[in-house]
Design a protein around this ligand. Structure first.
Ligand code: ZN
Length: 368
């Protein structure tokens, strides 16, 4: 940590001092702002000067990695140079939290959390809820161990969202920012597409494209998941079975390749199948039923630190709108009613043949 109390109980930020002043500061007595125990100023050729606890402390500020320290130092100077008033490790009593950095500019505040170590979803949710409850926006910046081309739950749980960047993740690795923005997902085993930008402006922006898995590939994927008894798909197959359906015979409408926000845990396919199984027996779909559906099937959504409830509603609304556009659902005063329903197939070859025919027809229409 970079902040400690001196003997006069004044909170002192180490980064405000020049390197030449460090030896003098080392002579003084220091105390941890969290546990109030004595700490010492550690400095040397190999490390950034910082306050450290004596051995065997169980204080939550006692276990900080060098990567975290260096990153925090970088962020402090980075935002300081851009006109922000920066407060390091300041304790916010209302929140009972200590963000790595609290930025203030023009009366606006922003908390910065630089996350280098693993963080459980429960703890992340708790911290994010604390910030949003206090109307204090927070941006999560992920450390080097999180940088990995194939996005997984461990990164996606830190999703940020803004109007200009869409869904984004921000990484910091040895004084280099990496921004992955406009993240989208597609496919059954979700693939993620995004734009990559290095904020150093030295590297050109790049893009990770979304693939377009064919229907045959999607069906083969589902077959493998069922064969290997993958829990999520087995559960879905069980629900299908109870309604005398089979997952592999799901209507073509379910196999959409529309990119969606990266907030679906498994896929838009799974959401569509669950939707059909829930509503195909009902003659009228009420708006309240959609709310109940979304709450009941929360496991279909990516578990994230932030609450993306309005965005989940948008995904579901788009699904219903698509059924309306394709002539499956009609809009009535109370909600929606079925005009016709997407057709389940009798066999996989049947399904592939119909899909091939539909594709041929569509491409002919393009040439006509
Ligand atoms: Zn302490």
């Amino acid at each position: 940590m970079f902040v400690a109390f001196n003997q006069q109980h004044q909170l002192t930020t180490l980064l405000a001092y020049q390197a030449t002043e460090i030896p003098r500061l080392r002579q003084q007595q220091w105390f941890c702002p969290q546990c109030r125990q004595p700490v010492f100023l550690r400095a040397g050729a190999a490390c950034t000067p910082h306050f450290a606890h004596y051995r065997r402390s169980d204080c939550q500020l006692a276990h900080e990695t060098a990567t975290h320290l260096v990153g925090k130092q970088f962020l402090y100077h980075y935002f300081g140079q851009r006109g922000y008033q920066c407060q390091l490790e300041v304790f916010l009593p209302v929140l009972q939290q200590r963000p790595d950095l609290l930025l203030t500019r023009g009366g606006q505040q922003l908390a910065i959390e630089y996350q280098c170590s693993p963080l459980s979803l429960a703890r992340l949710k708790q911290r994010t809820a604390g910030y949003s409850g206090s109307q204090l926006p927070v941006v999560w910046i992920l450390g080097p161990r999180y940088i990995q081309k194939n996005l997984k739950n461990r990164q996606l749980r830190f999703l940020n969202q803004s109007v200009s960047l869409g869904y984004y993740l921000l990484f910091l690795e040895s004084s280099r920012f990496l921004l992955w923005h406009h993240i989208q997902q597609i496919g059954l085993s979700p693939q993620y597409g995004y734009h990559v930008q290095s904020l150093a402006q030295t590297a050109p922006a790049t893009k990770r494209q979304l693939g377009q898995p064919s229907l045959a590939q999607q069906v083969a994927y589902l077959q493998r998941q069922l064969q290997y008894r993958q829990h999520f798909w087995q559960q879905l197959q069980l629900v299908c079975y109870r309604q005398h359906r089979h997952l592999l015979m799901a209507p073509l409408w379910c196999h959409t390749l529309q990119p969606t926000p990266p907030i679906l845990k498994c896929s838009l396919f799974a959401l569509r199948v669950y939707f059909l199984l829930t509503f195909e027996q009902q003659s009228v779909i009420l708006p309240q039923a959609l709310t109940d559906f979304r709450q009941h099937y929360q496991f279909l959504f990516q578990p994230t630190g932030r609450q993306f409830a309005p965005q989940q509603v948008t995904v579901l609304t788009a699904l219903v709108a698509d059924l309306v556009t394709q002539g499956y659902l009609g809009v009535i005063a109370q909600g929606w009613c079925w005009r016709r329903q997407p057709i389940w197939f009798k066999s996989v070859p049947d399904k592939l043949a119909v899909a091939a025919k539909t594709r041929k027809k569509t491409s002919q229409e393009v040439f006509d």
